[in-house]
Design a protein around this ligand. Structure first.
Ligand code: GCO
Ligand code: MG
Length: 424
């Protein structure tokens, strides 16, 4: 489309910004001839520079001169036009462009983005926080610390007897800025930056024996009301997943996440046959197509896709509308590797859609917030976008320059038994 009603809305610059204020982030900034800027998150944890190249070498040259208002057409142009559709790198790049364009459109309208998505349906987005501990006493302290901060739903991850560090469990050894001891974080950045990924060991049988006893202890200590969640990190076979779901039923989980590897979603039929524990999946999905069978066969209860990895606000909105037909709700991925830009986008969608479920929320470090200056607020466990025009985030280039990119990896997972690589 080259016909512009208003040449002031034409995109005149597209910058890919890379910084590491506590961990690596890739951010796209678009600017119109009128000087309106918009931001998009393109961070793919551990593979950041692949998206930088995709954007810089293949996408940003196509954006110059396009009408910033043409969000849908730009999305289709980048998705259909690439020929090589889908995949995390492509979809993160498209997501960044889409998010930046929505930011620009909302700023031009002088409205917070949620107004353009249908307006506010709720005061804020119910969040869940990450409590963890190698042993029960540390876990209980971590749960109490989260409740003190106002969280009203809590994800529970613990160590497993006989294993060293387990992903998702904070320990003083891998604590990073933002906490120590029971409230320490496990982000693997920057404390565990290394030339190669850290290797962790895994034993599924030990985990399956241990997990139900943890939830029993948590229910005994904290009572039946508190919504509890758990992430199995794609580590189980279908029958193991079915067993875990069944054994956790007495503890009334809000959800059990990523029980099996995400490539073969059909196996969730087996899991569903055996358990009424609600299931959540999708943080590594990229498109609406990944959900088709899961929705139509009613195999899941929550959609985990974030704006950042599912092609942006345009695409995620479509996924949520499709999910709503099946009474499936949102449960957007919100770890610290989703930047404040990606999180703000999720919050604008979250307050607007009818089928909001819950929003994951791990607070970013102060350094991160100084770069992005988010204006969303966290009150009584609800995270809400501000009424600033657009997304309500910024990018302070001088702050970002103080934190240059540093190569970093997520850990890998090997079986304790014989060192085989295991699903992560
Ligand atoms: C979650 C996740 C994260 C991911 C991480 C990968 O549920 O929050 O599983 O911890 O592992 O975002 O980059
Ligand atoms: Mg997860």
């Amino acid at each position: 489309m080259t016909d512009f009603d208003d040449m002031g809305t034409r995109i005149v610059s597209a910058e890919v910004l890379v910084s590491s204020p506590g961990r690596n982030f890739v951010t796209l900034r678009l600017r119109t001839a009128d000087g309106v800027t918009g931001l998009g998150d393109a961070t793919v944890n551990g593979r950041e520079l692949a998206v930088v190249s995709y954007l810089q070498d293949h996408v940003t040259p196509l954006l110059i001169g396009r009408d910033a208002h043409a969000i849908e057409d730009t999305w289709q142009y980048l998705y259909r036009g690439a020929y090589w559709r889908r995949g995390p790198i492509t979809m993160a790049a498209i997501a960044a462009v889409d998010t930046a364009l929505w930011d620009i459109k909302a700023k031009m309208a002088g409205m917070p983005l949620y107004q353009l998505l249908g307006g506010r349906s709720r005061r804020g987005c119910l969040t869940y926080g990450h409590a963890s501990g190698a042993e029960l006493p540390e876990l209980f302290d971590s749960i109490r610390a989260h409740l003190d901060q106002g969280y009203r739903a809590i994800r529970i991850q613990t160590g497993v007897p006989g294993l060293g560090s387990v992903y998702g469990v904070a320990s003083s050894a891998n604590a990073v800025v933002g906490g120590s001891g029971a409230s320490a974080r496990y982000d693997h950045e920057p404390a565990r930056r290394a030339a190669v990924p850290v290797e962790e060991e895994w034993d599924t049988r030990a985990y399956l024996r241990h997990a139900p006893s943890v939830f029993e202890a948590v229910r005994n200590e904290f009572g039946p009301e508190l919504p509890l969640l758990h992430d199995a990190h794609h580590r189980l076979t279908p029958i193991q997943a079915a067993k875990l779901g069944k054994e956790l039923e007495p503890y009334d989980l809000f959800w059990l996440e990523d029980v099996t590897p995400a490539e073969n979603t059909a196996v969730l039929r087996r899991v569903r046959e055996h358990t009424t524990t609600p299931l959540a999946i999708g943080e590594v999905f990229n498109t609406i197509w990944d959900y088709r069978e899961l929705f139509e066969e009613q195999l899941i209860d929550y959609v985990r896709s974030p704006v950042t990895h599912a092609g942006g606000i345009t695409a995620l909105r479509r996924i949520f509308d499709y999910a709503a037909v099946y009474q499936i709700k949102s449960g957007v991925h919100g770890p610290t590797d989703i930047s404040p830009v990606g999180l703000a986008a999720a919050l604008h969608l979250g307050v607007a859609i009818p089928n909001f479920g819950i929003q994951e929320y791990m607070k970013h470090t102060e350094d991160t917030d100084q770069v992005f200056r988010p204006t969303y607020s966290f009150t009584d466990g609800l995270l809400a976008p501000s009424d600033e025009p657009g997304l309500g985030v910024d990018h302070d280039d001088a702050e970002a320059d103080r934190h240059p990119y540093t190569r970093a990896y997520l850990p890998v997972n090997r079986l304790k038994l014989d060192g085989s690589m295991h699903d992560w």
